[in-house]
Design a binder for this molecule. Structure first.
Ligand code: ZN
Ligand code: FE
Length: 244
C-alpha cells in the first residue's frame, strides 16, 4: 500500500521555499533546502520536533545555508549530490542520479537535473506523487542557466515532463507572478495560462504561496516545459533574462 505523504512550503528569505514532507505511517520528516535555520526550526517545533532527512537540490547559499545546523539540532542526515559534495555541507548520504532515498515507509528517486547548476538534482516521491526540483522547473518558468547550458536545462525539463500529471511540483522560489507576466508575452492566447495568471494574482494579493502546482497544469501553461528543443528553450530563457 502506498504510504501517505503531506507536504507544505516554508517561506524563507525573500522569495525562497524550503519544503517540509511528513510520511504518515512512521511520522518520518524531511525538509528540502532549509536555508533559514530559525524559520525552518520554528515549523518543525510546531509540528512534533522531528527531522530525519535534509534533502539538498543544489549548492547555492539560498538553499543550503542552514542545512548543517538544522540537521545537527535534530540528528537528521543530510542528503545531496555526490558530484557536488565538495561544495555542499558535509553529506551523510551522497547520492547520484538513479539512486533512491528512503524516508520512513516511502522512497524518493534522484533525478539528474543540471542546467541551473552542474550537479543539480531533484527528488521524486512516487507515493505522492511529489517532486522537489529546486531551481530547475518553476511554475510557469525555469531556473537561470548559471553553470549549465540550454541543452542541459532542456534535457532536465524533459526528464521531469515524464512524471505523472498529478505530481505536486515543489520548487525553490516564489517566482510565479513574474513568470506569468513573461509567459503571457510568448503565449498570449493560451486560456489555461490566462486563468492561471489570474489565480496567481489573487493568491499573491493575499500573500498565499502559488505552490505546489500540479505538473499537468504546468504542461499546458509553462512555455519552458513545452519548449520543442534546446534552441527554443535558449530563446525563451534569454528573453526572460532581459524581461522587465
Ligand atoms: Zn539556485
Ligand atoms: Fe535559488
Amino acid at each position: 500500500m502506498p504510504s501517505s505523504l503531506a507536504v507544505a512550503p516554508i517561506p524563507i528569505l525573500s522569495d525562497n521555499y524550503a519544503w517540509r514532507l511528513r510520511e504518515a505511517e512512521t511520522g518520518a520528516v524531511a525538509v528540502v533546502d532549509p536555508a533559514d535555520v530559525e524559520a525552518v526550526t520554528a515549523w518543525l517545533e510546531q509540528d512534533g520536533g522531528r527531522l530525519d532527512l535534509v534533502l539538498l537540490t543544489h549548492h547555492h547559499d539560498d538553499h543550503i545555508a542552514g542545512a548543517e545546523e538544522v540537521a545537527r539540532r535534530y540528528g537528521a542526515r543530510i542528503v545531496g549530490a555526490a558530484q557536488d559534495a565538495h561544495r555542499l555541507p558535509p553529506l551523510d548520504v551522497a547520492v547520484s542520479p538513479g539512486d533512491t532515498v528512503t524516508l520512513g515507509g516511502t522512497t524518493a528517486s534522484v533525478i539528474d537535473t543540471p542546467g541551473h547548476t552542474r550537479g543539480h538534482i531533484s527528488f521524486f516521491f512516487a507515493d505522492g506523487p511529489i517532486l522537489f526540483c529546486g531551481d530547475t522547473l518553476f511554475s510557469l518558468g525555469c531556473g537561470r542557466l548559471m553553470e549549465g547550458d540550454a541543452a542541459e536545462m532542456w534535457g532536465s525539463l524533459q526528464r521531469l515532463a515524464q512524471l505523472p500529471d498529478d505530481t505536486l511540483v515543489c520548487c525553490g522560489h516564489e517566482y510565479t507572478q513574474s513568470n506569468a507576466r513573461f509567459a503571457l508575452t510568448v503565449d498570449p492566447d493560451n486560456r489555461d495560462l490566462q486563468a492561471r495568471a489570474e489565480e496567481v494574482a489573487s493568491l499573491r494579493a493575499l500573500g498565499t504561496p502559488t505552490l505546489p502546482v500540479r505538473l499537468g497544469q504546468e504542461r499546458v501553461t509553462n512555455p519552458f516545459l513545452g519548449a520543442r528543443d534546446a534552441a527554443a528553450l535558449a530563446v525563451l530563457r534569454s528573453g526572460k533574462d532581459s524581461f522587465q
